[in-house]
Design a protein around this ligand. Structure first.
Ligand code: SAM
Ligand code: SF4
Length: 472
């Protein structure tokens, strides 16, 4: 059984501001622009990698305005929550955080709600939590400096809730949390309109960043010492270069991988509809493109996929899987699945289970369907009870756990290159990710491994991770 280690980057002292890393170089902007005496901020992020990366950009904007980041809300003059509303639980968390915080709020403190809940609830947040003075949706981040200026001037109810935009949020002052792997958003918003999903509503329409601008930032990241870049988008492979270059997504992948200094290029999340043979060909030919694809299926039943407006059938999805499995090098495949979509029958659920057997994913994120405001599925009949959703989720997760256990066990005796990103409290124990995105916990007698690439021989396997020992 694989052991799990404390691999939290937070445990690494100075991870975001250590001299000599990329984050520090960006931070130098802050001291120049400082104009707020002693202003501090606390920023908590909920949700996906795109939210994490949005927070890195928001932090950069604040630092460049002269704010200093602090570790607790109590110590901050500006408290910001970057929120997620993909499922009801995530949205509720924010309101309970705001409620908890109300009692502790110090005089003169400014509280702001950013991201998807801000977009979804809009000005109602001021009614539910009158101590909030800034509400800014994800599609309005480019206006953040202007909104902050109004907050700093003492305005009580400042909003940025525009979604009607063709602009992306680009800033030269991103403060990245990880010194080795950089997130980079290449497409914002979503046009896919899945029946259950709030994203098109909270993040606005799809808009891509010009490919030359992406490549310029990747070159800058390489110069700052980053060796892994993860290109982000809700549907990253729907990327449509707005510049006259008109690079396809697969061409952009290859161009990013060609940037000197970049050793690993990842991308997430891919939509099955836009996943073509050209992407597989790029992965086959360029080893710096990581051999892992996250391809959410959501359901194994064509009937449910149709109700979800996923724009592909089970058979069409399986054609994409066959393309990936037929590649000249092994490509790990992970997915997202929703159980208990309205009207999902036992037979439909059985088809999702059989899809797991057919694809044998390397990993899966699974969710109980959560009805969300403004989504078409809200009005659909035949809701599935919470109890039944929980039952299906448990069956699904048990099956996938067994598949992952078997797949991982088959890797014992193989070697992986690992980017070392964590050090355990236990002596000589380290962790990191393989190119195919497996978590590997391993032993090494060496002292300074963080941020380096090492070869690890896999000696054991669990459902969620591998164990091994360094061999070079
Ligand atoms: N854009 C990606 C895609 O199309 O797969 C991912 C978007 S979302 C941030 C991540 C996952 O959350 C989705 O793939 C889906 O499985 C899940 N999700 C989205 N809306 C949901 C809902 N209303 N209830 C339960 N899960 C949901
Ligand atoms: Fe949501 Fe569907 Fe867009 Fe993904 S593709 S963000 S699930 S609407």
């Amino acid at each position: 059984m694989a052991e799990t280690f404390d691999i939290s980057l937070d445990s690494l002292a100075g991870r975001s501001v250590a001299p000599g890393n990329g984050a520090a170089a960006h931070l130098s902007v802050a001291s120049v622009a400082s104009h707020l005496n002693g202003a501090t901020f606390f920023l908590e992020t909920f949700g996906c990698q795109m939210n994490d990366h949005d927070s890195e950009k928001v932090a950069g904007v604040l630092l460049s305005r002269g704010y200093r980041q602090v570790e607790s809300p109590e110590a901050a003059s500006l408290v910001l929550y970057n929120t997620c509303s993909i499922r009801e639980k995530a949205a509720q968390k924010v309101f309970s955080r705001l409620g908890e915080y109300r009692t502790k709020q110090a005089a003169g403190q400014v509280i702001g709600v950013l991201g998807c809940v801000a977009q979804q609830e809009g000005e109602d947040i001021f009614e539910r939590a009158p101590w909030v003075s800034l509400v800014c949706g994800s599609a309005s981040y480019r206006k953040l400096p202007e909104l902050l200026a109004r907050v700093e001037a003492g305005n009580q109810r400042v909003t940025g809730l525009d979604t009607d935009t063709d602009e992306t949020f680009e800033t030269p002052v991103t403060r990245r949390d990880n010194p080795w792997r950089a997130y980079l958003t290449i497409i914002e918003g979503c046009d896919k309109a899945c029946a259950y999903c709030v994203v098109p509503y909270t993040r606005g329409p799809e808009r891509s960043r010009a490919s030359d601008s992406v490549l310029k930032e990747v070159r800058e990241l390489a110069e700052l010492g980053y060796s892994e870049v993860q290109l982000l988008g809700q549907t990253v492979n729907s990327y449509a270069d707005p510049s006259s270059r008109r690079r396809r997504f697969s061409e952009l992948l290859l161009a990013v991988a060609d940037v000197p200094g970049m050793r690993r290029v990842r991308f997430t999340t891919s939509h099955p509809r836009d996943f073509g043979a050209d992407i597989v060909a790029a992965l086959e030919t360029q080893p710096r493109l990581c051999n892992h694809v996250h391809l959410p299926v959501q359901s194994g039943s064509t009937r449910v996929l149709r109700a979800m407006t996923r724009t592909y059938t089970r058979a069409e999805y399986l054609e994409k899987i066959a393309m990936l499995r037929g590649a000249r090098r092994p490509i790990a495949i992970t997915t997202d699945i929703i159980v208990g979509f309205p009207g999902e029958t036992e037979e439909d659920f059985g088809e999702t289970l059989s899809l797991l057997d057919e694809v044998r994913y390397d990993g899966m994120f699974s969710f109980k369907y959560s009805p969300r405001p403004n989504t078409p599925s809200l009005a659909m009949p035949d809701a599935i009870s919470e109890e039944e959703k929980s039952r299906r989720l448990a069956i699904l997760q048990k099956k996938q756990g067994e598949i992952q256990g078997e797949r991982n066990a088959a890797l014992v005796g193989t070697k992986f290159e690992i980017l070392v990103s964590g050090k355990s409290r236990r002596e000589n124990q380290w962790s990191g990710h393989s190119g195919c995105h497996k978590v590997v916990n391993f032993t090494s007698q060496r002292r300074e491994l963080l941020g380096t690439y090492v070869q690890v021989l896999v000696t054991g396997a669990g459902h969620n991770s591998l164990v091994g020992q360094q061999v070079t």
